[in-house]
Design a protein around this ligand. Structure first.
Ligand code: PEP
Ligand code: MN
Length: 332
C-alpha cells in the first residue's frame, strides 16, 4: 500500500506519520515525489488502521495499489575526471586495512599497473571484537592521500563517526559507510550535508527496502552522490561469511537510479570465491566491484582469508571487459 502526503508538509508532520506507522508495526520506506512524501508499506492496512492514519492532517490519500517505486533515471557521479555510471564498470581494489607506507606504495603502484583507478583501504576499522586490531587512524589517511596523489588514483576509506567527516574529506575522495553503520542515521544525514561521494554498504541484516530508506537520509540533505554496495547478508548458510544477494543489484539500480557495486570479499569471506562472484556481479549488471587485495594477503592483520593477491586480481580483470559488454559498459 502507498500513503501520499499533501504537498510540502513539514518534517514534524512526517515524523508524526512515521511514528504512527511504527507503533502499528508497519515497515515502510519514504521517498519524495512532486513535493509530497510517498510511503510504501510492507503490508495492507485494516479499516481501523486506515481510520487512524486518515485522521492526520498531512495525509492526501491512501492507495491500495502495490507500492512499487517508480523506475528512477540512472544517475552518474563524476570524480577526478572519472565517471561512475550505468555505462561504466569501476573496480575499487586495495587492502582491507592500511598498515604501513610500504604496503600502500606497493599496492598503489600495482593497481595502477593494472589500469585500476580506485584504491581502497581502511584507517578506522570497526571490528566485531574490541580486542582486534582497529586500524592506524590518521597516519593511514596520510599514506592513502600520498599514494593516491602519486599514482593519480581515487581513494576510498571507511568513515565511522560524524567527527571524522571534516578530516577525512581532506584526505579521502570517497567515504565508505560500512555495514555496521548503515543505520547510523545521524552519520548518514551529516554525510548528506557534506556533499561528499558516499558508498553506502548494505547492512548485514537489512532488507533492500531498509537499505534504500537509509540512502534517503543522505539524499534528503540534497546529496545524490551515492553509490550502493551489496556486501552480502547474514543467512543460515555457513559455507560463506555472508550470502551475496545478487538480485539486489538490478532491484536497487532500478529503484534508486544510483550506481550499484558489489563487494565479493566481505560477502564470501573466501579468497577462492572472489573470481566467480565478481564475474556474477558483472553479469548481473553491477556498475562495479570493490575487492580486497594486497601484496602479501597472508600477512594482512585483518580479513587475510578473503584477500586476494595482485596476480589473482589480474586474472579476474581479464574477462570482465567481455562480460560487461552485455550491458554496453566499459571499464572505468
Ligand atoms: C570494508 O569494506 O572495509 C568493511 C569493513 O566491510 P563491511 O562493512 O561490509 O564489513
Ligand atoms: Mn575487510
Amino acid at each position: 500500500m502507498l500513503i501520499v502526503t499533501k504537498k510540502n508538509v513539514n518534517e514534524a508532520a512526517l515524523q508524526q506519520l512515521t511514528e504512527l506507522l511504527s507503533s502499528l508495526q508497519i515497515e515502510f520506506s519514504v521517498w519524495i515525489y512532486d513535493n509530497s512524501y510517498m510511503l510504501g508499506l510492507n503490508r495492507s492496512l485494516n479499516r481501523d488502521e486506515i481510520e487512524q492514519i486518515e485522521q492526520l492532517n498531512s495525509i492526501k490519500e491512501i492507495r491500495q495499489e502495490e507500492c512499487r517505486r517508480q523506475k528512477k533515471d540512472a544517475m552518474s557521479i563524476e570524480i577526478k575526471g572519472k565517471v561512475i555510471s550505468q555505462n561504466k564498470f569501476v573496480v575499487i581494489a586495495g587492502p582491507c586495512t592500511i598498515e604501513n607506507e610500504k604496503q600502500m606504495e606497493d599496492n598503489a603502484s600495482a593497481l595502477k599497473g593494472l589500469n585500476i583507478n580506485f584504491i581502497r583501504g581502511g584507517a578506522f576499522k570497526l571490528r566485531s571484537s574490541s580486542y582486534s586490531f582497529q586500524g592506524i587512524g590518521k597516519e593511514a589517511l596520510l599514506y592513502m592521500k600520498a599514494k593516491a596523489d602519486k599514482y593519480d588514483l581515487i581513494s576510498v576509506s571507511e568513515i565511522t563517526t560524524i567527527a571524522q567527516i571534516e578530516e577525512m574529506s581532506r584526505y579521502i575522495d570517497i567515504l565508505l559507510v560500512g555495514t555496521r553503520n548503515m543505520q547510523n542515521y545521524p552519520l548518514l544525514s551529516a554525510l548528506g550535508e557534506s556533499g561528499k561521494i558516499v558508498i553506502l554498504k548494505r547492512g548485514m541484516a537489512n532488507t533492500i527496502s531498509e537499505w534504500i530508506a537509509a540512502s534517503e537520509y543522505i539524499s534528503r540533505k540534497g546529496n545524490n552522490n551515492i553509490i550502493m554496495c551489496e556486501r552480502g547478508i547474514r543467512s543460515f548458510e555457513k559455507s560463506t561469511r555472508n550470502t551475496l544477494d545478487i538480485s539486489a543489484v538490478p532491484i536497487v539500480k532500478k529503484e534508486t537510479g544510483y550506481p550499484v557495486i558489489v563487494d565479493p570479499s566481505h560477502s564470501s569471506g573466501k579468497a577462492e570465491l572472489i573470481k566467480p562472484l565478481s564475474w556474477a556481479a558483472a553479469a548481473a549488471g553491477a556498475d562495479g566491484l570493490m575487492i580486497e587485495c594486497d601484496i602479501e594477503p597472508c600477512q594482512a592483520k585483518c580479513d587475510a582469508r578473503q584477500i586476494i593477491s595482485i596476480p589473482e586480481l589480474k586474472e579476474i580483470l581479464r574477462p570482465l571487459a567481455q562480460i560487461i559488454q552485455i550491458w554496453d559498459k566499459e571499464l572505468g
